[in-house]
Design a binder for this molecule. Structure first.
Ligand SMILES: Nc1ncnc2c1ncn2[C@@H]1O[C@H](COP(=O)(O)OP(=O)(O)O)[C@@H](O)[C@H]1O
Ligand SMILES: [Mg+2]
Length: 512
């Protein structure tokens, strides 16, 4: 017997060794958490090391966004901070300053020395604590402003904050991942007034890690004096998330903007132009990953991506011609990003060809898999996937081996039903994750310690798309649609029409 074969036979498999998903070790490397997409994952590794672009082509829910996020986690952290600096000669043409991150930090700590009192968020006025993101508006619990969702009641702490889709690496990177372009965690600074010794004075509350810094009039004056030395605004901070996702097609989101100021640049009343400059996703992704979900949806804006990639700088200017911001422009703002874009097969033709050749010229395009072979190793991968989904969800119990086997059978059924593959397992994992969550919910409602086989079965019943439910109830799906239509028409039209139509329909062969 060959030694190799021997080894293989002795190799242990997750499913034969564990009792529940609790026993499964989830890989630390975020790219190893991506299942069944070996080619795309290995190209993502290359892209991270060599700073190449990546076009991920495939249907929804097979791991495109997940790969893009994991790639970003493989990049070294950013080294630069980008600032726009006041230009006294021509305030409407602020300049850019690229600061080494470490220098920026040193400078800041000097400035922080300018004073202010550090207080516990609970000591701040309630509205201040809420606006700064420390206090939950729903239940009043205090937590770090880095957490978008209240750890107690799970509601979003920020009104109108983008509640991103589940983040597969939240354990690695915290909720920061959830912050997409232009949607910070509320505000990081609140200005109010307070009465002291019968006099109104301005107080500024600022985020300061898990605490709040209070700046009174005196501290503010001191700080202003320091700021006068180099009036600037940090548009891309040194310590930042190097994964920036664009999902819409808003020009200002992508390229930045200059806010309107009703007083224009009036030196006393207005806000200086440099203070109104807002970076775009292309700038925020500097040194990191710019992930464009469904690239073709950008339409015309694709041209700007191309320019940004060629020049590695892109000006920021006001986009609304009616606004005072339109007169302002900052040239040469760095935007040296790795482009990762997703696209489904049908839309491939709508990527403008110079952009596509730019991506391929310095990067790779890869078609994602929708199934994998039904082998013991791959069944283990589904088990690993389930463990990951359970960990990520955080609200459902672990699953037993029997439950896993039932899910694997479903993965095989789906490979056959959707992709026409025998002896295969589906990789349309977002939807399979839905089954895991629904099964978990059943287990929770039942008070069960684990997700059992029966919960998976129940979930499969419940998780069926509504078309399928209709098909079961009414027979053939389109027959149902037709029946409904006829009912509606019965109400809408005259009896005469109804009589005629029904008699005609009755003659049609093969209906239903
Ligand atoms: N290949 C995969 N490996 C592991 N989990 C996956 C995979 N594909 C999808 N998932 C799960 O489904 C979720 C959604 O997948 P996503 O990456 O957003 O798909 P896509 O971007 O292709 O639409 C992921 O966060 C993850 O939980
Ligand atoms: Mg996606």
């Amino acid at each position: 017997m060959a030694a190799g074969k021997d080894l293989q036979e002795n190799r242990s498999h997750i499913l034969t060794e564990i009792a529940t998903t609790q026993d499964i070790q989830i890989p630390q490397d975020p790219l190893e958490r991506v299942i069944g997409q070996e080619e795309a994952v290995s190209l993502a590794r290359v892209a991270a090391i060599q700073r190449r672009n990546l076009l991920l082509v495939g249907p929804p829910g097979v791991g495109k966004s997940m790969i893009a996020r994991a790639l970003a986690l493989h990049l070294p952290p950013p080294t630069q901070e980008l600032r726009v600096v006041h230009n006294p000669e021509n305030p409407e043409r602020p300049t850019v300053e690229i600061k080494r991150g470490e220098d920026a930090e040193t400078e800041r700590s000097t400035k922080e020395y300018a004073g202010g009192e550090i207080i516990d968020p609970a000591e701040a006025p309630i509205t201040v604590a809420e606006r700064l993101g420390y206090r939950c508006r729903s239940c009043g619990t205090y937590s770090s402003p880095r957490e978008i969702y209240c750890p107690k009641c799970q509601k979003s702490k920020m009104l109108g904050t983008f509640a991103g889709q589940g983040n597969p690496f939240s354990d690695i990177f915290g909720n920061l991942f959830e912050i997409t372009m232009g949607q910070g965690l509320g505000t990081d600074r609140v200005t109010t007034t307070r009465k002291r010794f019968d006099k109104e004075e301005v107080v500024v509350y600022e985020r300061f890690g898990d605490n709040i810094r209070v700046l009174d009039q005196k501290a503010l004056e001191k700080r202003r004096a320091i700021e006068k030395q180099s009036p600037h605004k940090v548009i891309v901070p040194y310590r930042r998330n190097n994964f920036v996702m664009v999902a819409g097609s808003s020009e200002t989101e992508l390229l930045g903007d200059v806010r309107h100021d009703p007083y224009g640049g009036h030196s006393q009343l207005g806000t200086q132009p440099y203070e109104r400059v807002i970076p775009g996703a292309v700038h925020e992704a500097h040194e990191g990953v710019l992930y464009i979900d469904e690239l073709p949806h950008l339409g015309e804006l694709q041209r700007y991506i191309l320019t940004a990639m060629q020049d590695k700088v892109f000006p920021i200017e006001g986009h609304n011609p009616q606004s005072a911001g339109a007169a302002v422009r900052v040239d040469s703002v760095p935007c040296d990003f790795i482009l990762v874009a997703s696209c489904n097969i049908q839309d491939l033709q709508q990527i403008i060809s110079p952009l596509r050749s730019r991506i391929v010229g310095s990067g790779y395009e890869v078609l994602l898999e929708t199934t994998m072979k039904d082998t013991e190793e791959n069944r283990d991968r589904i088990a690993q996937f389930v463990a990951q989904e359970i960990q990520k969800d955080g609200k459902i119990p672990h699953a037993t081996v029997e439950a896993l086997n039932e899910l694997i059978r479903e993965a095989s059924r789906r490979a056959k039903a959707i992709d026409g593959k025998d002896d295969a397992l589906t990789l349309r994992l977002r939807e399979l994750g839905g089954v895991v969550r629904a099964a978990g919910d059943s287990a929770v409602m039942e008070g069960s310690r684990f997700i059992e086989e029966r919960h998976i079965r129940q979930a499969l019943k419940r998780a069926r798309p509504v078309e399928e439910q209709i098909r079961d109830k009414y027979g053939y799906f389109y027959k149902a649609v037709n029946d409904e239509l006829t009912t509606a028409q019965r109400h809408a039209r005259s009896e005469y029409w109804y009589e005629n139509e029904v008699s005609q329909e009755g003659n049609k062969p093969g209906y239903g």
